[in-house]
Write a protein that binds this ligand. Structure first.
Ligand code: GBH
Length: 482
């Protein structure tokens, strides 16, 4: 008996962990070094579009403070950092015939070199919602399949050429559901199109989100094909999409509510994951409800989309109790609640209404995705926003007990899903490295594991960052001696 065989089981030595961010949420410097506008620039400045009326012009100032951010990551000792590239910094007007901005390339190139110098693996998202404004104006952005596909592929090609010698982990699109349903259905995210005329003069929530989703899938698949055909062999990396999705449980054991929970999974996850991982049409439950408003894949498109992700990129935050009913099509006509039939709450309430802390749901979702899609899972986002944290002093905010509780639960669930349930899970990124611009919430909702004082831009590690770092240092096996 060696000591080792008695040692506590650990996660594989090559398990990747770290923190995630996105360009528009942290960079600021929106009119610096030739950056073009993104659809979030003007949208966030329109009255009523963000809760506190604030925009992304400064954010966490990370375009200027990127070295400091790398220092912070190095102090934490993360293995990897997930960030996104702002398309309008690389190609200010966005299109395939528009000029490429050398200063934009230089910024990300320096960032990547800086990370690698500290031994941190860059995990890079190509599209985290900051579409060049010019493309939205030119042809309707994601609404125009032919144009957006060619322009997104071109942008990706510029990135593979410029960074692919050093980046081995690529994500095409972050949360296509949010782009389509929130950007073109609810109209709460840029470009803010919706049928609700109080919010937007233009838009059709009954058709546009489904067109946009289809175009996202097709454009994503073309980017993956490009990478596999022209770069993968030489650069040796992997590429995939990352989907948002929360675990859905039936409110009670009535057959309607059991069906509703599955329908909710279909409308959030299956919408994208079924075509990508199973190569099938959109889920039957969607076809049944939406009929011809849901586009049809051509044979050629479906062949391209099928298998177009090297892994399952999973962003998840919470669990919902599902009830049949309502008329919100983006929820699949499912009503959700956190209050159980006996009146108790599922878990701690976060600052945002849509989030409660329920760790068993995290484990259940991992199992569901692994069984259904059989693709190695990379948890690319997961996190919690403490209630009223923005009103607290730094001293109080960094003692983020509720966020620590959240991460304790999910990391235990992660361990169990890997070591007991046998799910193939290869990465975990906490959202987020820093408090940052939380889209329509402005700066009122803080998701950071590091507190940001927006007056001074000083960063303060929260207890939750320390917890995650300690967990992964203790639970990931040491690299074998080479
Ligand atoms: C992620 O989305 C984003 O990738 C990231 O940029 C963001 O900062 C982070 O979450 C925290 O929010 O009120 O009906 O519109 C998470 C998935 C899906 C969660 C939509 C919020 C809002 C539901 N999001 N959901 S609704």
């Amino acid at each position: 008996m060696t000591l080792n065989s008695d040692a506590k089981k650990q996660l594989p030595h090559d398990f990747i962990w770290g923190f995630a961010t996105a360009s528009f949420q942290i960079e600021g410097s929106t009119d610096v070094d030739g950056r073009g506008k993104s659809i979030w620039d003007d949208f966030s400045k329109l009255p009523g579009k963000t809760l506190d009326g604030k925009d992304g012009d400064v954010a966490t100032d990370s375009y200027q403070r990127w070295k400091e951010d790398i220092e912070l990551l190095a102090e934490y000792g993360v293995k990897s950092y997930r960030f996104s590239i702002a398309w309008p910094r690389i190609i200010p007007l966005g299109g395939r015939n528009d000029p490429v901005n050398a200063k934009g390339i230089k910024f990300y190139s320096n960032l990547i070199d800086g990370l690698l110098a500290k031994g941190i693996i860059p995990f890079v998202t190509l599209y985290h919602w900051d579409l060049p404004q010019a493309l939205h104006e030119r042809y309707g952005g994601w609404l125009n399949k032919e144009e957006i596909t060619q322009d997104f592929v071109h942008f990706a090609k510029v990135c593979f050429e410029a960074f692919g010698d050093r980046v081995q982990n690529w994500l095409t699109i972050n949360e296509p559901w949010c782009v389509s349903a929130i950007g073109y259905g609810y109209g709460r995210f840029a470009p803010g199109r919706t049928s609700e005329r109080s919010r937007s003069a233009e838009g059709d929530s009954s058709t546009e989100p489904y067109i946009v989703a289809h175009n996202e899938l097709v454009a994503h698949a073309h980017v993956v094909k490009l990478y596999r055909d022209q770069y993968k062999r030489q650069q040796g990396g992997q590429i995939g999409i990352t989907l948002n999705g929360d675990w859905c449980m039936p409110y009670d054991d009535s057959p309607e509510n059991i069906a509703a929970a599955q329908r909710s999974l279909d409308f959030h996850i299956g919408w994208y994951a079924d075509p990508v991982y199973l190569g099938t049409d959109y889920p039957e439950s969607m076809r049944k409800l939406l009929r011809d408003r849901l586009p049809r894949f051509t044979d050629e498109e479906l062949a391209l989309v099928k298998g177009s992700s090297d892994f399952y990129g999973m962003n998840t935050y919470t669990t919902k109790l599902c009830m049949d009913g309502g008329n919100d099509e983006f929820q699949g006509n499912v009503k959700t609640t956190f209050t159980r039939p006996d009146g108790t709450q599922l878990g701690n309430q976060a600052h945002c209404s849509w989030l409660q802390d329920y760790a068993p749901g995290f484990r259940a979702l991992l199992n569901y995705l692994w069984k259904r899609y059989q693709s190695p899972i990379y948890v690319t986002e997961n996190g919690f926003a403490v209630k009223d944290e923005h009103t607290k002093s730094v001293e109080d905010a960094i003692k983020d007990t509720e966020r620590v509780h959240y991460f304790k639960g999910v990391t235990a669930s992660l361990r169990a899903a890997i070591l007991e349930d046998g799910c193939d899970i290869r990465a975990y990124f906490g959202w987020s490295l820093l408090d940052n611009f939380e889209w329509a919430d402005g700066y009122t909702t803080r998701f950071g594991c590091t507190y940001v004082d927006y007056e001074t831009q000083k960063r303060y590690p929260k207890d939750s960052a320390k917890f995650l770092v300690k967990f992964f240092k203790e639970n990931v096996a040491a690299a074998p001696a080479s």
